[in-house]
Design a protein around this ligand. Structure first.
Ligand code: ZN
Length: 310
């Protein structure tokens, strides 16, 4: 049990403007701002984490907001859609909210027996609110105007768009122990029974489609979840044995990560549950302080003066 992939850990995307990104995900979508830190490779830009109260794996959407970066393009070789689970009966609330706030959306539609509302964030990132046909007992984060009756509970699925699904499907089934559960036209849905939620990966096969371009409004990588460092190391060995070029474990402060590019071109990460977001901030204060990794603390004043005001 311990050495299983436990669904999605987090998804990381790129945004154009920090303030606009922050406002959308906190005020419009009602997520908790779980952590305000910097890009460890570029400390004068932010790294934002949004999620539920504790930032549980399976709820964490992270952004690198790069002011003024060019828009990316959805295409093959990338993750292209993020599905959030919402309660039954909540879609009318969200439709009204999107109308009032000028959010771009499409009418709710049905797929695999589930109704979903597709919409775009201010940078054009594609998201969906989905009423899951399986129970979702996860407690949502609530805000003044997004209460538990309607609030997102965390991820439902992630969609990868691929030139060919074959090798990616093999990786999911052979190494991650996922199973193909549904298929409609060119969309293949895979799941794991290791976790009740955030378990779905959809592969969409679009031969001949242009490759995507990762920049603002697109997804940078998808992180899968493991329990701890030992489980991560076991997967690292299996991935390396299949011939993939996988990194050494990296300390991301809130989890430990390995990265590799799956055969369809999407950057995958495997991230641990430990240590979590309360490692450097009490639960009640998550997201309220700018947190820097130790190597940047001496430069705090300079870094703070360079970062955009939210
Ligand atoms: Zn990541």
């Amino acid at each position: 049990m311990e050495n299983r992939i436990l669904g999605i850990h987090h998804i990381t995307a790129i945004a154009g403007t920090a303030k606009r990104n922050f406002n959308f995900y906190t005020n419009v979508l009602g997520l908790r701002f779980v952590k305000k830190t910097v890009n460890f490779d570029d400390p004068e830009t932010y790294h934002f984490y949004f999620g539920n109260e504790t930032g549980s794996p399976g709820t964490i959407l992270t952004f690198f907001p790069w002011e003024g970066t060019a828009p990316g393009r959805r295409g093959t070789g990338m993750a292209t859609e993020i599905g959030y689970s919402v309660p039954a009966g909540s879609l009318d609330f969200w439709l009204t909210r999107f109308q009032e706030r000028g959010i771009l959306y499409n009418k709710p539609t049905e797929r695999f027996g589930e109704t979903y509302l597709p919409f775009l964030d201010p940078d054009g990132l594609k998201l969906e609110l989905i009423v899951s046909k399986t129970a979702d007992e996860r407690a949502p984060w609530e805000t003044a105007d997004v209460n538990a009756d309607v609030a997102t509970k965390g991820f439902h699925n992630v969609t990868l768009t691929l030139e060919s699904i074959k090798n990616t499907a093999d990786l999911l089934t052979d190494i991650f122990s996922y199973q193909l559960v549904e298929q409609h036209v060119n969309r293949y849905r895979f799941t794991t029974d290791a976790v009740p939620n955030a378990a779905l990966v959809d592969l969409v096969e679009v031969p001949g489609e242009k490759r995507g371009q990762v920049a603002s409004g697109t997804i940078h990588h998808v992180a899968f979840r493991v329990k701890d460092d030992a489980a991560q190391m076991a997967f690292r060995e299996r991935i390396a044995a299949r011939g993939f070029n996988v990194t050494e474990p990296l300390d991301r402060n809130y989890f430990h990560s390995i990265y590799f590019r799956e055969p369809g071109g999407v950057l995958f990460e495997i991230a641990t549950d430990n240590p979590g977001f309360t490692v450097d901030e009490p639960l009640g204060e998550l997201g309220t302080n700018l947190k820097l990794p130790p190597q940047y603390e001496p430069r705090r004043a300079q870094i703070e003066s360079q970062l955009p005001v939210l």
